[in-house]
Ligand binder design. Structure first.
Ligand code: SF4
Length: 125
């Protein structure tokens, strides 16, 4: 029986992390932890527990770069990466090619881009 609002223990988060890495379904994890699927999804997102290689397609629409300090190059702070500075892929990243529409300029145009799912240089900030 799901118990909404119950605080998560470290042991539960670790168990959730392992199941997420194993690619278990949300419903499986919800039953195993006596939580609602919504609670499981929210916790996975907030803890960034999901293995991006196993993430369902619908979940993979936001690049992790939005949450990374290196997305904004600043030599005085030591931030920046080959992607944010030169639009060159970071070695070892897992990314999906995702063309995007650019609206800067008189006419919208398609540009080549990447949806970054996992990156060895990622640093939250
Ligand atoms: S996640 Fe990787 S590619 Fe994206 S901004 Fe951070 S270091 Fe650069």
């Amino acid at each position: 029986m799901p118990t909404p609002g119950r605080p998560w223990t470290d042991a539960e988060v670790e168990r959730l992390r392992q199941m997420a890495l194993d690619g278990k379904s949300y419903s499986h994890m919800a039953v195993a932890l006596s939580r609602s699927e919504t609670a499981v999804k929210d916790r996975i997102r907030s803890e960034r527990l999901m293995n991006p290689e196993l993430w369902p397609e619908r979940e993979r629409n936001v690049s992790i770069c939005w949450d990374c300090v290196h997305a904004v190059p600043d030599p005085s702070k030591g931030t920046g990466c080959s992607w944010s500075v030169r639009f060159k892929p970071v070695e070892g990243w897992i990314a999906k090619h995702k063309p995007q529409v650019l609206y800067s300029g008189p006419v919208p145009r398609m540009v080549s881009s990447w949806l970054v799912l996992k990156c060895p240089k990622f640093k939250e900030g």
